[in-house]
Design a protein around this ligand. Structure first.
Ligand code: ATP
Length: 233
C-alpha cells in the first residue's frame, strides 16, 4: 500500500543556504508521525515544503499519489492538507467565532457547532478576540481552524511550544481524540513525551538530514540517538 503523504529526497533552503539535505519520510492513512529535532534542524522548512510555501530544489512530494511540486499552497490545501503553523496565526482582532467561520469550507464534515462541541473551552470564549485568548486557548483555536475545512491530513508545527504542562496534557488528549477519529497527522515536536503519547512512528531530523526513524517502542530504546540528536545541551 502506498502512503498518503510521501517525501522522497527533498532538498530545500533559503537563498544560498541549503537547509534540507534529502528528507525522506511518509505518513500512511490513519497514521500519526512525529518529526523530531532540535531548533533549526529543518522541521518547519519541511512543513513549508509540503504546504507549497517553499519550493524544494530537488526531490518529490506526493499526496495520495499526486505530485505536489509546483502547486501553490491554496491548491495543496484544497487537496486536503491543513497546517497548524508554529506561531498559531490566529486573527487577533477577530473573535473566536469569526476565526472559525472564516475557515469553514463547503462539503466539510466540520461546522461551527461541531467545533464548539469538540472544543468546549472555545465555546465559552466564542465572542472573545483571538488576541485576548491565553496561549493554550489560541493553540486550540489554531487547531480548530485547521480542522474546519475537513482535512485529510493535519500538519501541526510544535503545538505544545510555550504551553504550561497542564495545557500540554489537554492538547495530548485532543490529539489522541483526533487520531481515534482516524485523522492522519504529521506532528513536529521537540517534546519526546508528547511524541510518545501521540505518534505511531517517529522520524528524527538533524541539520536537514533524517538520522533515525522507528516506532514508539524503538524510540524508547534509542537513548543514544535521542542524546545525540535531540537533547538540548
Ligand atoms: P525551530 O524549532 O527553531 O522552528 P526547525 O527545525 O523548525 O526549528 P527551521 O525553521 O526549518 O528549523 O530552520 C532550519 C534552518 O533554516 C535554520 O538554520 C534557520 O535559521 C533557517 N531558516 C529558517 N527560515 C529561514 C528564512 N526565512 N530565511 C533564511 N533562513 C531560514
Amino acid at each position: 500500500m502506498s502512503a498518503l503523504l510521501e517525501l522522497d529526497a527533498i532538498e530545500a533552503g533559503y537563498g544560498k543556504s541549503r537547509v534540507l539535505h534529502g528528507v525522506t519520510l511518509s505518513v500512511a492513512a490513519g497514521e500519526t508521525v512525529a518529526l523530531l529535532g532540535r531548533n533549526g534542524a529543518g522541521k518547519t522548512t519541511t512543513m513549508r515544503c509540503i504546504m507549497g510555501l517553499l519550493p524544494p530544489t530537488a526531490g518529490r512530494i506526493a499526496f495520495d499519489g499526486r505530485d505536489l511540486r509546483g502547486m501553490p499552497s491554496h491548491a495543496v490545501a484544497r487537496l486536503g492538507l491543513s497546517l497548524v503553523p508554529e506561531h498559531r496565526g490566529v486573527f487577533a482582532a477577530l473573535t473566536v467565532e469569526e476565526n472559525l467561520r472564516l475557515a469553514v469550507r463547503r462539503g466539510s464534515a466540520w461546522t461551527f457547532d461541531s467545533a464548539m462541541t469538540m472544543f468546549p473551552a472555545l465555546a465559552a470564549r466564542r465572542r472573545t478576540p483571538g488576541g485576548k485568548l491565553s496561549g493554550g486557548e489560541q493553540q486550540m483555536l489554531a487547531i480548530a481552524r485547521a480542522l474546519m475545512p475537513g482535512p485529510r491530513l493535519l500538519l501541526l508545527d510544535e503545538p505544545t511550544e510555550g504551553l504550561a504542562p497542564v495545557i500540554v496534557e489537554r492538547l495530548v488528549v485532543l490529539l489522541k481524540e483526533l487520531k481515534a477519529h482516524g485523522l492522519p497527522m504529521l506532528l513536529v515536536e521537540q517534546s519526546l513525551e508528547v511524541c510518545r503519547a501521540v505518534a505511531d512512528r517517529h522520524v528524527m531530523i538533524d541539520e536537514g538530514h533524517i538520522v533515525w526513524a522507528g516506532d514508539t517502542a524503538a524510540l524508547g530504546a534509542a537513548t543514544d540517538v535521542v542524546r545525540r540528536h535531540l537533547t538540548l545541551e
